[in-house]
Write a protein that binds this ligand. Structure first.
Ligand SMILES: NC(=O)c1ccc[n+]([C@@H]2O[C@H](COP(=O)([O-])OP(=O)(O)OC[C@H]3O[C@@H](n4cnc5c(N)ncnc54)[C@H](OP(=O)(O)O)[C@@H]3O)[C@@H](O)[C@H]2O)c1
Length: 257
């Protein structure tokens, strides 16, 4: 993929990885649109990013995606890159039965359904344009779960599987299908986790993680696993019981024993 001259839609671009991607793509002469649920956060991002288009939109709501599509296809008919980055992560105690049904599966609505609905809506437009790509942002936790975030990890494993199928099904089109599986990256997503939770986990600066993504994207490396994400993938294949045991250490603390 060329790193310049694209028109790029990034879901969840008001902070973290999406924000950093937007910053880098803008600096490299691309048109960039970012979305998010919270208008104030989008406006703050625009103040920092400058020439970016912001659109308030929620990937977990089909009507909101329809409105986004209507606006983007009208104002940016040359859209050629979609980055499905919007995502949330929670710790959930599966022995605490007080969460509502919607709280329990919110991560599925945003991370999984959001990505599937966004692709379904935008792929016809991407197919009409040259040098098109769709990017799934999964996680190193797609390969082995961190059991204190059980639903989150299930969503990322689902996204990994879905992306393999999407790539196979789009092989007769010009749309390239990328997966970025970030390792623990220093963003607001990790704000819920304390030092104990993060013991033994090497976090990456968001700038370095996005630099690895851009390198892989420019070389058409379809599965990009920066930092510890590639180790998680390796360990899950060759030492699955060992790595799961390591990742499960924080469960006892969650259960207060
Ligand atoms: N940071 C990590 O360690 C890490 C590791 C692996 C994978 N990832 C993945 O990387 C992606 C970005 O995460 P991040 O670390 O950059 O987190 P972040 O700083 O919390 O950013 C998340 C972004 O997504 C937006 N968002 C959340 N729900 C949304 C929805 N329903 N519709 C539209 N936008 C929504 C947020 O804005 P609003 O809240 O205003 O909507 C925000 O802009 C996620 O998919 C995450 O799972 C992160």
């Amino acid at each position: 993929m060329n790193l310049n001259g694209n028109t790029i839609l990034i879901t969840g671009g008001s902070s973290g990885i999406g924000f950093e991607m937007a910053k880098e793509f803008l600096a490299a002469n691309n048109k960039v649109i970012i979305t998010g649920r919270n208008r104030e956060r989008l406006e703050k991002a625009k103040q920092k990013l400058g020439d970016v288009t912001i659109i308030q939109s929620d990937v977990s709501k089909p009507d909101s995606i329809k409105e986004l599509y209507a606006q983007v296809s009208k104002d940016f008919p040359d859209l050629n890159v979609l980055i499905n980055n919007a995502g949330v992560m929670f710790t959930i105690n599966l022995q605490d039965h007080n969460l509502s049904a919607s709280e329990l599966t919110k991560e599925l609505d945003i991370n999984v359904k959001g990505t599937i609905w966004m692709n379904d809506t935008f792929l016809p437009l991407l197919k009409r344009n040259k040098n098109a790509a769709t990017v799934t942002v999964s996680s190193g936790l797609a390969f082995v779960p961190l059991p204190i975030s059980p639903v989150y990890c299930a969503t990322k494993a689902a996204l990994h599987s879905y992306t393999l199928s999407l790539r196979a099904q789009l092989k007769n089109t010009d749309v390239k299908v990328f997966e970025l599986a970030p390792p623990a990256t220093e963003t607001e997503l990790l704000a819920d986790f304390n030092e104990e939770d993060m013991k033994g986990i090497a976090t990456m600066k968001v700038q370095a993680m996005v630099a690895d993504f851009l390198k892989g994207f420019s070389k058409d490396k379809y599965e990009i696993c920066p930092g510890q994400a590639s180790q998680l993938k390796f360990m899950s294949r060759f030492f699955p019981s060992f790595i799961l045991k390591q990742m499960s250490k924080t469960v006892d603390r969650m259960h207060g024993s």
